[in-house]
Write a protein that binds this ligand. Sequence first.
Ligand code: GFB
Length: 300
Amino acid sequence: MSKLLVTGGNGLVGSSINSNYKVGREYNLINFEDTQKMFEKYKPTQVIHCAGKVGGLGGNINYKGEYFYDNIMINTNVIESARRNGVEKLVAFLSTCVFPDNIEYPLIESKIHLGEPHNSNYPYAYSKRMADIQIRAYREQYGLNYVSVIPTNIYGPNDNFSLTHGHVMPMLIHKLYQSQQNNTDFIVWGSGKPLREFIYSKDVAKLSEWAVNNYNELEPIIFSPSYEISMMDLVELLVKEFNFKGKVIFDKTKPDGQYRKPSDNSKLKSYLPNFKFTSIEDGIKETVTWFIENYENTRK
Ligand code: GFB
C-alpha cells in the first residue's frame, strides 16, 4: 500500500494535493532530529516535498542569508531522512528562478546548471540547485527513484498575501483589495515591463501527483504553460477583475528583478500532450474570490 506524505501541506501547492498525510509547521525541517521524528511517525512510501522558505522579489533581496540557510537545510534533511526511512519515491520542488540569468532562451531542463542565477535570488536558486545535485547523487549511490520538478511562478488560494515578502500575484491582489476598500491609489512595483509565466497552484498539485507515480527521470521536468505576460498586462487583468476605478501608479523606485524567465514545456507535453492548464483569467478569478472570502484567516 503506498502512503503519500506531503511536506508544506498547508501551503500554496500542498493544500491542493490529494493526500491524507500532510504536515505543516508541526515539524521544524531545519532540524534533522525533528525531520527524523516526522518520518518515523508517518512512515511514508512516497513524499511530495513542497516545504521551503519561499517569497517574492522583496523577500529574496532582503533575506538572502535565511533563504539560503533555511532551504539548503530543509531540502538536505528531508531527502536524507527520506532515504534513511525507506521512502521509495520523492518529488522535490525547484523553480524557474534557479536557471542561469544570462542564457539563450527558452529555458530547458538541461540548462539548469550552466551559469550564475539572477542576483536578486541567487541564494534561493543555488539552494534549490543543490537539491537537484543531492537527488542525482542519491540516485547513483543508493539507486533511489527520487526526482525534481521545476514550476514557473505559482499562484492560487492559500498563498502568502504578505505586503512585504509576497510574490507579485498575491501581493497585488492584497494591495488592490486595500485600495478598493480605502479609496487609495494602487501602487505597483517597478516599470511594469518584466515578463513572467504563471501556473495555477491546482495545476501544479495535479502535475506533482502525476509525477510521484509516473515521472522517473534523473533530469528535472519543467511545469509551465509556457505563456508569458508582462506585469503591466497582469495589472490590467487584476484591475478588471476587481472593477477598480482608482489610480494605478508604477513605483519605479521599487525593483523589477529579472526581466524574464521564459521556459519551454515540450518535455512535459511529451508526457502529457492533453494536459489542460487553467487560464490566467480563471485562476485569478478563483484566487481573488478565495482571498476575499478568507481575508480574515489568510496568511498575510
Ligand atoms: O513574484 P515576484 O516577487 O518574483 O515579482 P520574481 C515578479 C515581478 O513583479 C517583478 C513585479 O518584476 C516585480 O517588480 N512587481 C510589481 C511586484 N509589483 C509588485 C509587488 O507589489 N510585489 C512584488 N513582489 N512584485 C521570484 C524569486 O522572483 O520568483 C523567488 O525571487 C521565486 O526566488 C519566485 O523563484 C517564483 O518572479 O521576480
